[in-house]
Design a protein around this ligand. Structure first.
Ligand code: SF4
Ligand code: SF4
Length: 578
């Protein structure tokens, strides 16, 4: 049975790794298990991979058929005890961290072979109890921690209520199942079960950035135990749930919360396991947060995170995902005292909690012994906080920090960004610009808007035409836009003296466009006069964390008043600028 399964896994990369090893031992000292148990040859990467090689050579390679005694093909596992030994090797002496692969001159990928061995064992029902339970939960309940749908939804509501208490309004409430949102945010079930503050912090950041986002009711678990158990079928089913949900909601992209194996299995491996021909766009939340800062959508104050900090690269994000610089860039923007850990990036040592190790308690003593090297790395930095972008690493690091009494705490970038976030209080509405309260109702000049450029934004053609006519009659040059996205593009291109902005529009509405305009340094200074029939104008726009609009007129619009407002607002802005 295992031989048949192995046959299905053989491809050029796998066979290359199976036949390529020359047992030179160059990879030995890459492995944290070897460093912790230097006298035990069974900890070497080549020994672990040799277990699969025997099976391969006995069934698929001429050397095993011709000289079985020479290549170990006469010692293929047959008995229950043999399988138990193999289980101990594949699940208990390798975290699939891939560090040894970097040292191999032959390009042997031991972690891939080890994952295949795990998959063969799982296929015949031989696996640690923790792996069995977690896999079952992920098959049956759609997430690896057995979180019930009602508990998940309750947690989102609970976090929304906490945000309301913190902020004094409910603008940052977590949107659930919002069709047409731009971003679908997916998380690790650990966040629901043990650390819901990360969900709240992410919601705060999305709100502050003016993001159009949602969380799904199902298909929200970005982790995937198929990566650890070696079960490609489970891997494909889990990944597909998320991709299908994103398509159902019609979002532009999935943002994957900080989780190394979640990122790898959703962004890369899942696409293959689920045989996706047109994958949904996906990115890690680290990149999302970094871009918000770079684009001026959120402001941060690094002095809020003054403690000495170091960064631990998750094996899946860094070595397997090539994601090295962005988390460092973000960390440096939100903290004051960053200290690099050595070695780092692709060379970093595993937290020792990888490869599903945290779910296999029978191997805990060995795991903690193998964590010596990681503990030494952290201690050498003198950091008080170890930052990592992976929930699995958070658990692995917390365990070893306690075991080796390192006296630090573990944080994720979302914790630091949320803490550093500068939430600007909405400016008081200047008296003279209170909505609808402008004293001016007409102006004396014949063409009071001569030489001015005005951007009219409204989805209704007749309203656009009417406003254009009124402004042009007053001497202005008019450009128009029909929705929020077009409005932003036109504002950036034309830099008008005033934007006349409708609020209720299909696609990106006026409120979202207004917040984006205010948050973009290119357009933040352009005065905006809201022209709308929206009954709850105050609530939807004045509580935003940005400078409120300079004027407001309710529909239907009085022509003289419109021109007077436009003239007054532009003049006032010019006086302020001078
Ligand atoms: S993948 Fe990591 S844990 Fe496994 S043998 Fe290689 S270095 Fe050791
Ligand atoms: S470095 Fe490569 S060839 Fe040498 S023992 Fe390790 S896996 Fe085999």
């Amino acid at each position: 049975m295992m031989e048949e399964q192995l046959a299905k896994k053989l491809n050029r990369q796998v066979v290359g790794s199976l036949v390529g090893c020359v047992h030179c031992g160059m990879c030995d000292e890459s492995c944290h298990y070897v460093l912790a148990f230097p006298d035990d040859h069974k900890m070497t990467p080549s020994y672990k991979a040799d277990q699969l090689r025997k099976l391969f050579k006995a069934n698929h390679d001429w050397t095993g058929k011709t000289f079985p005694w020479w290549v170990g093909a006469d010692k293929v596992p047959l008995t229950d005890d043999d399988l138990e030994t193999l289980k101990d090797i594949a699940f208990g002496t390798c975290t699939n961290c891939r560090r040894c692969t970097l040292s191999c001159p032959m390009g042997v990928d031991t972690a891939t072979l080890n994952r295949i061995m795990r998959g063969l064992l799982s296929h015949v029902g031989v696996m640690p109890e923790g792996v069995r339970v977690v896999s079952k939960d992920q098959w049956e309940l759609g997430n690896q921690m057995g979180v019930l749908k009602e508990d998940y939804v309750d947690t989102l509501e609970w976090m929304s209520e906490e945000l309301e208490e913190d902020l004094g309004h409910n603008e940052a409430a977590i949107p659930v199942e919002k069709k047409g949102a731009k971003v679908m945010y997916c998380i690790n079930p650990r966040e629901v079960k043990y650390d819901p503050r990360t969900i709240k912090e992410a919601a705060l950041i999305f709100w502050a950035a003016g993001e159009d986002w949602t969380m799904p009711e199902e298909g929200w678990d970005n982790t995937n135990f198929g990566l650890f158990s070696g079960d490609d079928q489970l891997g494909g089913v889990c990944a597909k749930r998320e991709y299908e949900k994103a398509r159902e909601l019609g979002v532009d992209k999935i943002v994957i919360s900080e989780c190394g194996h979640g990122f790898r299995s959703t962004r890369f491996e899942g696409v293959n396991w689920a045989a996706e021909s047109e994958p949904v766009a996906m990115e890690t939340s680290v990149l999302t947060m970094l871009n918000y800062i770079k684009q001026g959508k959120i402001k941060v104050d690094p002095s809020k995170n003054p403690e000495p900090m170091t960064f631990h690269d998750s094996c899946n994000n860094a070595r397997s995902g090539g994601f090295y610089e962005e988390p460092r860039e973000l960390l440096k923007l939100v903290s004051m005292d960053f200290r690099e850990m050595y070695p780092n990036r692709a060379e970093n040592y595993c937290c020792t909690g990888g490869g599903g190790a945290m779910s296999m308690s029978e191997y805990t003593p060995r795991r903690l012994e193998s964590a010596k090297i990681k503990a030494e790395q952290i201690r050498a930095t003198g950091a008080k906080v170890v930052v990592t972008s992976c929930h699995n690493c958070v658990d692995g690091l917390n365990d070893l920090i306690k075991h080796y009494d390192l006296g630090c705490e573990v944080k994720q970038l979302v914790n630091l960004v949320a803490k550093a976030l500068v939430i600007e209080e909405p400016e008081k509405i200047p008296e003279e610009f209170k909505p609808g309260d402008l004293e001016v109702t007409e102006v004396a000049e014949k063409e009071p808007l001569a030489g001015r450029k005005i951007l009219v934004v409204d989805d209704e053609e007749d309203v656009r035409a009417f406003l254009t006519m009124v402004f042009e009659d007053a001497g202005a040059e008019v450009v128009t836009a029909t929705d929020g996205d077009e409005a932003i593009a036109m504002a950036r291109e034309h830099k008008p003296d005033l934007i006349s902005l409708d609020l209720s529009m299909p696609g990106k509405d006026g409120v979202e466009a207004f917040v984006e305009l205010r948050k973009n340094p290119e357009t933040e200074e352009i005065p905006v006069c809201v022209v709308t029939g929206h009954p709850e104008f105050r609530q939807v726009i004045y509580d935003r964390p940005v400078t409120p609009p300079e004027g407001y007129l309710g529909k239907p619009v009085d022509e003289d008043k419109l021109v007077a407002y436009a003239h007054h607002i532009i003049k006032h802005r010019q006086e302020r600028a001078n």
